[in-house]
Unconditional design. Sequence first.
Length: 479
Amino acid sequence: MTTKIIEGYSEPGYYLISGHYNQTIKEVKFTALDEENNSFQYKSCDRSYEQELVGFDSIIDNFYYTKFVEIDEEGNQRYMGTIPKWWEDKGFSSIPQVVELGADTSQSNGILQIMYTKPKAKMRLLHATPEGSSAISFYPNLKEYLRQRKTKMKPGKFYRFVNPEATDAEVEKFVNKYREKYSDKCYTLHVGKEVEDFEFAYLPPNAPSETPATRGNRKSLVDSCMQHDFKYSEGHPAGVYASGDFDVVYLKDHNGLIAGRCVIYTGKGKPQAGPCYGVCEKSLNMLEDYLKSIDAETYNPCWDGAKLLRIEVGEKVLMPYLDVGFTFDECSTYFKVFEPDGQFEAGSTEGAIYLEGRHICEHCEDSVSEDEVYTNEDGYCYCYHCYNEQFVHDEDGNEIRIDDAVRVYTSNIYGSHEVWMHCDSGEYAECEATNELWDMDCILTNCVEYEFVCQKYAEKYMKLNEDGDYYYEKEEETV
């Protein structure tokens, strides 16, 4: 069965359709091709119409008014720059249907959906055909189209061909989305809650990674600080999740290697999902689809109250870096996630921690970890911000409460600067000439005019008399 676009024409060749409502049809011949500029020259077969050199892309952009139709030996008709098969599969049968989409590609699928380009650039994708997840074949120009000779390129190089000014970030985004859409990789999804399930999901070797983009709850598996063998005889730190309150959903490739994982708190009400880790966009999509199917909370999950197994490693206990919760309490033979101010912190990437308690700030009463606590000379604990708001130190490092401290000028070979002193120290005095507080080591008392004057002022504005006292050279002289 032949495909008809224009009735009454069956002879093989190229035909020009002009106009939108009142169309005229002329058979044309191509007389010149410019491969570099992707343009051509044509004329009517009856010599009544001749056209100057025209860019093929400009014809496509004005498709409603100027169309070219090719009729082959079997009488089939198709538009020049015919709709690629992967467009036809999505329901588009002609170029006008695609042009109507404008710059909005939300209605289409295939390569265009991830190109984010204007219609003119889209039309250069003459028969762009995916070749698996690693290549795209297409006609790079009109000359190659007429010869029916395609060029094959890697996705990144193809994107730069179509968008020469694209940034590296835009190319990477396209390549990731292309691989996601056309990957022929097959993964199987598994769900478990036993120690063996968690350890299998967290232990290498992993499936080959395509380094997917990391954003929000979608993370690259190779970037996970827990995705390796800690070599503890007691097992992998992730084993503490096997308390009955958690599920682990994980993916295997055809070789049985881990391609993705996600830990879900299922012990109370709506499932609460941690981040998804995957080796590619496809694996991350599979995990997210599963989370949607069980109506899991992914935007703002909460693991508060979730039970963790207590597994001791010498003087330490196994504890993974918790993606949700971060702190926990000790409950006899097990641990319990406690948000946000648990007794202990689960923020280490070493896989095992000492049970060093957290502290309460004496001023703001917030919980503070062992690594972040500040203790004053009286033994009270403070967080970083409160300690620095409450205390200062003198030049010798002695601690002074801010209410008991004063700023005092002092001098050395590098010049003058301010330091803190205790207000009751008696080691400073006020310079009567400047009303500034100065270190006593910088104060002079051998002055005719003042009882106390700083050395810096006296040496700059006064002179020594025969008795060794500073005085103003002219009595009326002032600062």
